[in-house]
Structure formats: C-alpha cells, structure tokens
Write a protein that binds this ligand. Sequence first.
Ligand code: ATP
Ligand code: MG
Length: 583
Amino acid sequence: MANTGKKKTALLERTTVIDTLEQEILIQEESKQLKPSHFIRDRIYTDLTSGNTPKIITRFPPEPNGYLHIGHAKSICLNFGMAEEFNGFCILRLDDTNPTKEDTEYSQAIQEDVCWLGFGSATDTSYTSDYFEKLYSWAVYLIEQGKAYVDDLTADEIRNYRGTLKSPGCDSPFRDRIVEENLELFANMRAGVFTDGEKVLRAKIDMKSGNINMRDPVIYRILHSTHPRTRDQWCIYPTYDFAHGQSDAIECITHSLCTLEFADHRPLYDWLIESLPISSKPKQIEFARLNMTYTVLSKRKLSELVSGGYVHGWDDPRMPTLRGMRRRGIPAVAIRDFINRIGVARADSIVEYEYLEFCIREFLNKTADRRMAVLNPLKLVIENYPNYMEEELEATNNPEDSSAGKRLVPFGRELYIEHDDFMEIPAKKYFRLAPGKEVRLRYAYYVTCTGVIKEADGRIKEIRCSYDPESRGGNTPDGRRVKGTIHWVSAKHSVSAEIRRFSHLFTVENPGAEDDFLSVLNPDSMKVISGAKIEPSLSNSEIGRPFQFERLGYFTSDPDGTSVHPVFNEIVSLKDSWKKLQK
Ligand code: ATP
Ligand code: MG
C-alpha cells in the first residue's frame, strides 16, 4: 500500500515534466497497473492510446436543486478521478436550467462539498446558464434546418400524442409549421409574449420511433421565473436534453459520464450533436448509479425528509448527504476509498452500508487519536487511594501511529466507569469488574472490587475498590495477569457531554422500493445520551476531528456543542459488522 502511494507520487511528479505522447502513454500504462480496471478507465485508456483523444475532459453536472449525496460522490470521484489519473481535467458544471427549483444556496453548497471531497476548485466551475445565448442560437439553427417546431399542444396533450412503449406516437397538428412561422413564434416565446406552458419548442425527429425520447422531445419551455444568475433576462429555458450534450460540446468534453437512466437518451444526445454545427463530438457513456442499503439516494426523497421534519436538516448526521456525513465526522478520504473499492459497473446493484462503515473504520483506526469517555457512568471509589492525591497518567494517543505521541490523563480517588463494566453477579466468562474481582484500569492501576453501595430502591449507586499502587501503568512487579481492562475518567476532572449515537435511518434494506418510504423510517435512528463523562482534553476539540473513544467507537465533536456542553456524534461503532469480510 505504502509502496503504491510512493509510486503514485513519483508518477505524479513525472507527469509534470512529460512532453511527448510516448511518455504520456508510458505513464498511463503504469497508472493503469496501480488501479483496478473498469470499463470506463479501459475506454479512456484506449481512446488516449489510439490517438483519438489527445486529452480527456470530463464534467460533473449536478442540478443545484438540493445537496449532494454519496451517490453523487461516485460520479464526482469518477469524473474528477479519471481526469486526474489521465492528466486531463474535469469541470464542475452547475446545470441550472430550471429556475423554479434551483437556488444559489445549493450551488454554493455543491461547490464546497466537491472541494471537501477533495476535488475541484472555483476555476473549474461553469454554469449551463453561461450558455443560454449559444443554446438559443442553436435552437434557431434547428428551426432553420426544419428540425424543430413550435408546438401549441398542452403538456397533457403532448403526453397523450407521444404514445407508449407499445404504441407509436402521432404527429402534433402544429408539426408542419413553416420555418418562418416557427422562427417568429420562437422569437416571441423569448420576448415573453406567451404564458407558461402556452407553447414549447420541440425537436422534429420521429413520432414513430421505438425510443420514446426520439418522439419530438421538448427542447425549450416557457417559465416566467427569475433565475438566480440570469435574473429576468430569459423566460424560456432549455430542457435537460437540449442543454446537456450541447454544454458538453461547448466545454469540449470528451467523455460525458452519466448514470444508466440516461442510456435511452443517448440517441437524442447524438442526434442533437450531429444536427448542429458543432465540431467537438462528446461521447456519452453510462454507468450504474450507487445505491446503498438502509438509505435513499434521491434528492427528491431526501428533500422530503428535510421539509417534513423527519431529520434535522440536510446536514443531519443520519443523512447520506455529503453535508450529513461530514457533520457525522466521516472523513472525505474514507468516502473516496469506499467509492474506489466498489468500482464502476454497467449493471445496477445495491451496496451494503456496512461496507462504507468498514472503510471508515479502516481509515480511522490508523489515524484517529484515542480518548476515554464513559457513556453510562457508574462511580468507582478507590478506598485506599488518598483523598488529597491526584496524578496524571501517560496514555498513548494512537497505538497505530507512534508519531501521534502521548498525553496525560488526570486520575484520582473517584472515577467513573461504564455501568456495563460491572456485574454484581458476574455471568460466565465475564472478565470485567465484579465483587472480589481484579481488573486493569486502562493506562492506570489494577483495582479489585471490595463493595457495592446501593440506592434505597436497590439500584447500584457506586462501587468500592482497592488499588495496587505497584501496578501503575498497567503492570505489576509480580507479573500478575488480569483478564479485563476497562476505561474510566476521573470524576473530578471529567466533563459532562451529550453523545448522539446513530443507527440506520430506515428499517428495511431498500426503502426506495416501498410504496411509501416514510412508512419505514426507523424511529430509533438517533439516541441521545445526555449524561456522558469525557476526558477533559476532549472538551475543546475541533469540530470534525475524529477520535476513537476507547472500547466504544469513533466520535467527533458536533457544532451544536460548546466547551461547557460538548456534543459528540458517533461516526461509527468499533464493532466490525461487515459480515462478508469474516467469511
Ligand atoms: P437525484 O436522483 O438524487 O435527484 P440527480 O441525478 O437528479 O440525482 P443531478 O444533480 O442531476 O442529480 O446529478 C448530477 C450527476 O450525479 C449526474 O451525472 C448523475 O448521473 C450523478 N448521480 C446522481 N445520483 C447518483 C448515484 N446515486 N450514483 C452515481 N451517480 C449519481
Ligand atoms: Mg438529474
């Protein structure tokens, strides 16, 4: 792994000095060996080596009508990743052709999220609205060529005339308008003479085509709505089909990578490129979208969760949005690693959520500092530890990374341990604390339970112990062994905190397949623990910095918290529940 990283850095350094095609191909050859192959990488590689394409240009084209989710991350990693790998470039294009649904809030968030994920910068950002004038002139061109006409049918009528998968469509009575009339009507559409829906511009292709997308698709519609960027300059807007391929052409995109649902649009994409006076010939290539268990990856559904108050916003840590995952504390590197590992295929599939968790754990295990926190505190008093005494004990920050160093943790006579780490009548194979039993306190001493103090109702209030002063640091001179090691915090020095633990947002694997996805929401997807006790060093921790709370899981500080009342989100538990790996 480390070797591969070094090799890649060396490769990247070399890419800056290459100047001949031969060298470039050599580098691509090497680069290809470092990554698992997939059909898009192979296709790009072939296009570059055959000389068809001197340089690749890709784009990621989200509509700014919501926040990005992990499905988008797949497309981002693919588009930016391929460009990076093959020394080309990738444009972030905000596909802003529907002012009724879009907002600058989303555009900004999308740009930030792409950067957070590790790709792109402001200079690579474009907007479809930058091309409205050009797109308009191409629509006029199509009319002039007899390949587009203004239709007066209503949206419902157009739908009825379109036919079905089994039956052909029929021509609109307005289909044979002469070019001059179409030009005038289209100019009047632009001039604001008509109301929304009164007229549309349609490409004139074939109402009998086996592909419904080729049955005279609408390419311009009237929307009297203020656009976030072009304001009231336009009241007609190109449809996705008309804007998309043409924007690709304007930007000289070589490989237009999109999800499978657009495969049926490809003939239209190609028809438009061929019918217009365009020299650049982008190619649309489809791949399977990312689906994940126990969540939904559709902006519409995610938006319903937010507007219905089922979650606390787009950045709720339970949301599969990049915002939500970021707030939850999931590192961008782990998301990229996950996307890289699941690969790119042509067939739809559903990836287990646990696989993402596995990637997160793998990354955090190597990088996150360890701390101690007690979620369900039970007081432990060390009777033979003097009242006046306090110590600072050395704890390792990260056993996986010696450069992470050590820290000092305060220790005293009164501690908190987890309720679960004590059993008055221990079960079989219970190696934690129980009356008369000895355990190791992590980084501290051996303690033996000497008594239990109870509330009037019988609940355990606190436990009493004695400690072995010789066992400081976790070992005894006599080499005595204990089976259990438990974590703790000092009662006097610890800070109270709120901890939010999460489980799946839905109770079924494929909520998107339900008639009503809201009916399978998990009512227990968030559990708030208000009386946790954390090590003092955690009270001012940076938002988003991940920690492993020893024996519990990975956590990060949430912006809802303050230094007086810290709030932590659980990123992922420690337990590896990704069953398949254990097979
Ligand atoms: P949604 O279904 O969530 O509304 P969308 O496709 O409408 O998503 P866009 O903003 O149009 O959202 O998407 C931008 C790009 O991201 C498109 O190229 C789209 O194919 C891709 N994309 C969207 N969802 C996924 C996904 N689940 N997996 C992979 N790529 C995706
Ligand atoms: Mg879309």
